[in-house]
Design a protein around this ligand. Structure first.
Ligand code: NAD
Ligand code: LMR
Length: 330
């Protein structure tokens, strides 16, 4: 039986995350070993030549699941027929650029990309925004795709989730597989809140297993929340292979479902759960069932967690208000 290939659009394809991501998609790690893919690479005109070089290398891998590569510098063409869109390309913060300038510059990218998704993507389109500021860029794209169900626009906090898993595993000297139900709340920024209070380690409560509030507050939370900056400091460039890995994890779980008895973290449009204003694209504890993200309900949030979730959500509100003033979202 032959399966029709899935069209995967990747923006910023010639960038460093693109280079770490495309080979994994083409090898079957995004959608599974039975699903052929067609890649649609979207770049700005200056990036097209480098994307062509990457496409040559993809060809040279002779991946059996890779059924074609097309390269575009026009979003309308790039998103035509896309089933999955990984929005990686974004405007980095330049010298002297304020947060508002950054949001405005990215509006110039994510507004037309949202419009192009609305105009030509497949009916089952699923969008993951990786390019920063990811949550608000996703909100901008979503606002310009009124015909696409709002829940199809998500932003990536899976890298933060994976970072938190490793920090906890190291602290307790356990394997990643021993840890379940960890959560990243809020924005993919230094205000994010990695939450251990509902996490389990071999079935026991993780916060109790750690039993070290000073480590939690002064080590775990800041290490996870500021890991992106620490990598930039160490590598001289932002995380790339780990970001690509997290993007693979996010889409794989969205399409194929999360394992029973566990959950993960993803920034998805809020339905008002846990006091997060409806519509904000904020990170929650989520499971994926039947191809849809669902927010895990009924968790008790104590005062410590509440104040941290509120602080990160407040930052998202401020970002939304800034792009609203710029006319980029309703
Ligand atoms: P990079 O600068 O190496 O590559 C970005 C690429 O995007 C470039 O090739 C550029 O030409 C392209 N691009 C720019 N504007 C575009 C547009 N309008 N359409 C298509 N392509 C466009 O950057 P990178 O290291 O690959 O990182 C990409 C983004 O991902 C950055 O915003 C970074 O901050 C972000 N990031 C997010 C996470 C996360 O966890 N959410 C983690 C790491 C990095
Ligand atoms: C990361 O978390 O590694 C990145 O979002 C950092 C960045 O600013 O690109």
């Amino acid at each position: 039986m032959s399966t029709a290939p899935v069209n995967v659009t990747v923006t910023g394809a010639a960038g460093q995350i693109g280079y770490a991501l495309l080979f994994r998609i083409a090898s079957g790690q995004l959608l599974g070993a039975d699903t052929p893919v067609k890649l649609r690479l979207l770049e700005i005109p200056q990036g097209v030549k480098a994307a062509e070089g990457t496409a040559m290398e993809l060809d040279d891998c002779a991946f059996p699941l890779l059924r074609g590569i097309d390269i575009f510098d026009d979003p309308r063409q790039g998103f035509e027929g896309a089933n999955i869109a990984l929005l990686v390309g974004a405007r980095p913060r330049g010298k002297g650029m304020e947060r508002g300038d950054l949001l405005e510059a990215n509006g110039g990218i994510f507004k037309p990309q949202g419009e192009a998704i609305n105009a030509g993507a497949a009916d089952d389109i699923r969008v993951l925004v990786v390019g920063n500021p990811a949550n608000t860029n996703a909100l901008i794209a979503q606002n310009h795709a009124p015909d696409v169900p709002a829940e199809r626009f998500t932003a990536m906090t899976r890298l933060d989730h994976n970072r938190a898993l490793t920090q906890l595993a190291k602290k307790l000297d356990v394997s990643i597989n021993d840890i379940k139900k960890l959560t990243i709340w809020g924005n993919h920024s230094a205000t994010q809140y990695p939450d251990l209070f509902h996490a389990e380690v071999n079935g026991a409560n993780a916060a109790q297993a750690v039993n070290d509030q000073a480590w939690l507050e002064n080590d775990f939370i800041p290490t996870v929340a500021k890991r992106g900056a620490a990598i930039i400091e160490a590598r001289g460039a932002s995380s790339a292979a780990s970001a690509a890995n997290a993007a693979i994890d996010h889409v794989h779980d969205w399409v194929n479902g999360t394992p029973e008895g566990d959950w993960t973290s993803a920034a998805i449009p809020s339905d008002g759960s846990y006091g997060v204003p409806e519509g904000l694209i904020s990170s929650f504890p989520v499971v994926s069932r039947n191809g849809r993200w669902e927010i895990v309900q009924g968790l008790e949030i104590d005062e410590f967690s509440r104040s941290r979730i509120d602080a990160s959500v407040q930052e998202l509100v401020e970002e939304r208000d800034t792009v609203r003033k710029l006319g980029l979202v309703k």
